[in-house]
Design a protein around this ligand. Structure first.
Ligand code: ADP
Ligand code: MG
Length: 390
């Protein structure tokens, strides 16, 4: 399900209308009947619609489905990607798209840029990617759910991520700058840093360890538990003081779709798991063990500063949406990177040779966001809009 933006510049207004019509129709149709697409697109000439349909089907944005009752089309992930990118372009948030810098189980991450050349990150949520892999699972799933559920769930994950990023950023938490959200995508600031997973040693592990644990505690004091607080989701920037030569490590926290409220039934479990993740990583990677026991959930929530969980619920991400996403994630075993199996084997890979390109291992992306290759990343950008002077 790679994002291929090459064709986006060549879609005409009628193609966009037909694509949008297919999206609209798929809200209440498993397979959108061709006449309904024509009707929703309100393009007068029937042949025009058919030409657009075959055009879109050829480049994989919609797919023909032969049904027992009728023939029609469904929107593909590619089609949804194009619709989201088109909206970002129209809103002038994204101008060009470049390399993929991460592949998660449930998302794809691309570097992109604004019109002014500001480097950004496009995160495309892909819930359902795992569950839709096998045909049988696919069919079972579709039988009792609406076809739009993968789109809907991916959108919920994007809305949730964006709303939490905004709330956390406002309170001064070290998270990327939230730029925009559309459908199943989030656009955010690019952090010029490596995931902690790729860092082999640090000068002063004790202070970084303390800082990360205090972030977990501070999150709880704002009503939240990250739920996937691990070496993949903590980006570490190295800043060298030019006068003293002292290196400071600045962490940024990413990846919020599995964030839980401190009121969650299993809040303490998630809190402890976040703490354990950091402890375990520092022990294994840096040989660092703290003398003190980690913070406890109950101590952490003794003094609450603010309830961001409640605030976010009141804004764009409602309780109903939270419940739906929660149920989906539970049903499909979406448990963030922390819940991944085979973690032990992965750790062994660190000392070994280059990793293979296991799709599920987002930490192994072959490009990084280091300053040295930032230029390479932007030089390979594909511009999304066909301009008059093109
Ligand atoms: P997933 O839900 O798939 O785990 P993440 O949000 O954790 O997605 O992103 C996966 C990877 O992409 C990260 O480990 C990191 O390497 C990279 N990444 C994500 N967001 C950013 C960002 N804003 N700046 C730089 N790199 C990022
Ligand atoms: Mg992640």
């Amino acid at each position: 399900m790679k994002l291929n933006v090459k064709n986006i510049r060549y879609l005409g207004p009628d193609d966009w209308r037909v694509l949008t019509a297919t999206e609209q129709g798929s809200r209440n149709h498993e397979v959108v009947p061709t006449p309904l697409i024509s009707q929703l697109a309100s393009i007068r000439s029937g042949s025009g619609v058919n030409k657009c349909i075959s055009n879109l089907a050829k480049i994989g944005l919609i797919a023909k489905v032969k049904n027992a009752k009728y023939d029609g089309y469904r929107l593909t992930y590619g089609g949804l990607d194009y619709l989201a990118l088109h909206s970002h372009t129209k809103a002038s948030t994204v101008y060009s798209v470049g390399n993929q810098i991460g592949v998660g189980k449930e998302s794809d991450i691309y570097v992109c840029a604004s019109e002014t050349g500001k480097q950004l990150v496009l995160k495309i949520h892909r819930l359902g990617r795992i569950s839709f892999r096998t045909v049988k699972a696919n069919r079972d799933y579709l039988r009792n759910r609406s076809s739009a559920s993968w789109m809907y769930m991916s959108r919920l994950a994007a809305v949730k991520e964006f709303e939490f990023m905004k709330a956390l950023r406002k309170e001064g938490f070290p998270v990327p700058e939230p730029v925009a959200q559309n459908r199943h995508t989030v656009v955010m600031g690019l952090i010029d840093a490596f995931p902690m997973r790729q860092i082999s040693n640090v000068g002063d592990p004790a202070s970084l360890y303390a800082e990360l644990l205090s972030l977990i505690v501070r999150l709880a004091q704002y009503g939240l538990i990250h739920g996937d607080f691990n070496e993949f989701n903590i980006l570490i920037e190295e800043k060298t003081n030019e006068e003293t030569g002292k290196v400071t490590l600045i962490p940024t926290i990413i990846d919020f779709p599995q964030m839980v409220s401190i009121d969650h039934t299993n809040a303490e479990y998630y809190f402890d798991r976040d703490v354990a993740c950091i402890k375990r990583f520092f022990e294994r990677r840096f040989g660092f063990t703290s003398d003190e026991p980690g913070p406890s959930f109950n101590d952490s929530i003794k003094s609450i500063t603010k309830r961001l969980d409640v605030e976010v619920e009141a804004s764009g991400f409602s309780k109903k949406m939270a419940k739906e996403l929660d149920a989906y994630m539970k049903e499909h075993g979406v448990d963030g990177d922390a819940g991944e199996i085979k973690r032990d084997d992965e750790d062994e890979l660190d000392e070994g040779e280059e990793e293979d390109d296991d799709e599920q291992d987002e930490g192994e992306a072959d490009t990084s966001t280091s300053p040295s290759n930032a230029h390479t990343l932007t030089s390979q950008m594909t511009i999304l809009e066909l301009r008059d002077n093109d």
